[in-house]
Design a protein around this ligand. Structure first.
Ligand code: ZN
Length: 382
């Protein structure tokens, strides 16, 4: 199986799928479109019972493949197709070189590795002629590295189909550990308006930067308050005023100011509630002057780590459940899956790097778990 996993991974790495938000001159064709075209062919060759295109963005469809099983359980893998950019790389991003027990290239670990493992495991089962017990669904999603719109579309599709997977993996490099939690976030622009006049007579105008000051102070105080609350399983929420723009010239009273804020959301909080709180705080601090532009929000992931399937995964690899400091597509799925973890071969330390790689040993470990998860194959555990 190892040779097949590596061959699949090389084929996937050789198809550029740079997220357009990360595109540059050497990225070649950007977007996930070429990957989707090839995957439709592959899923057909692997006798998928259903192949579904789910439109998300122009020329950027999610593609889903389903192999029907004999019982009613559904196991769902969400694997994102896009990668970050390649402009800073010191290796051939699409060469897919194999040396020293590693596969190199953009997406090798984040996260074409998981898709290659899944394809090899499905391929072995289909070629063996043995039926599937569970229904297996591979959901290939777009736009994870920017806005997560592929994950939002998948969540909507699952709700529309009334499909609640018993088990779900969101593929990311976790060194084959089960990630049961990560924070969510809320990002907003907050605006204040002023009236521009010459700075020789500033009191004739209204200074938008001065109007923003109490809002900034209120948010700093809110961050400090959050650190004194009882911590959730994922710790404390945080709030950072991370951007500020305002003013037009040294001799003009500023007529506009805006700040960008990033609030990390923990389990037990809802992103929508947090957004309302942030807007109320600014409205109060600015005497109702502040206005808002919503940027993005995502719910935290929190899966009870004592769930039997999480325990089974951890026992299989001899690991313990863990949390992640980064966010994933899991922000979108809420209570749709009965049990959901983030999992995949390779380390996040190699993701987005100038010489991205994944070790073949990690690919084998993940394939062994996939065979147990999907109740397929008979090869001994790697
Ligand atoms: Zn990723």
């Amino acid at each position: 199986m190892e040779a097949r996993i590596v061959a699949w991974l090389q084929r996937l790495v050789q198809i550029p799928s740079v997220n357009p938000a990360h595109a540059g001159p050497t990225a070649q064709t950007t977007g996930e479109g070429a990957m989707v075209t090839v995957l439709a062919q592959i899923f057909g060759d692997l006798d998928a019972d259903e192949i579904i295109y789910d439109p998300v963005l122009p020329k950027r469809d999610n593609i889903y493949a389903i192999w029907h099983g004999s019982d009613s359980a559904v196991a769902l893998l969400d694997v994102h197709l896009d990668t970050v950019g390649v402009e800073q790389m010191t290796i051939d991003p699409f060469g897919a070189d194999v040396r020293d027990g590693r596969v190199y290239g953009r997406g090798a670990v984040d996260t074409k590795a998981s898709l290659a493992v899944a394809l090899a495991v499905i391929e072995a089962q289909v070629r063996s002629g043995a039926p599937f017990e569970q229904t297996i669904m591979i959901a290939c999603t777009v736009d994870e590295e920017e806005l997560g719109s592929g994950a939002i579309a998948l969540a909507a599709w699952l709700r529309m189909r009334k499909l609640r997977p018993q088990t779900m993996i969101v593929a990311e490099p976790t060194e084959c550990r089960a990630v049961y939690g990560h924070t969510g976030l809320v990002r907003l622009w907050v605006h204040t308006q002023g009236v521009a006049v010459h700075t020789s007579q500033p009191d004739r105008g209204v200074n938008a930067i001065a109007a923003m000051l109490p809002v900034v102070n209120a948010y700093i105080a809110e961050h400090q308050r959050l650190q004194t609350t009882t911590p959730a399983a994922l710790g404390h929420g945080t709030l950072t005023v991370s951007l500020i723009n305002g003013g037009r010239g040294m001799n003009i009273v500023p007529d506009a100011c805006r700040i960008g804020i990033d609030r990390r959301v923990v389990d037990g909080e809802s992103a929508a509630d947090v957004q309302r709180q942030l807007e109320a705080l600014a409205a109060h601090a600015s005497d109702g002057q502040a206005t808002f532009t919503f940027v993005t929000s995502a719910e935290a992931l929190y899966q009870d780590p004592a769930h039997p399937w999480v325990a089974e995964l951890c026992l299989f690899h001899g690991t313990t459940p863990t949390t992640a400091p980064y966010g994933t597509n899991a922000f979108a799925y809420g209570d749709i899956p009965h049990c959901c973890v983030v999992y995949g071969p390779g380390s996040i330390a190699q993701a987005h790097t100038e010489d991205e790689w994944v070790s073949v040993a990690e690919l084998n470990r993940a394939a062994a778990w996939y065979r147990q998860w999907w109740r397929v194959g008979s090869e001994p555990n790697a």
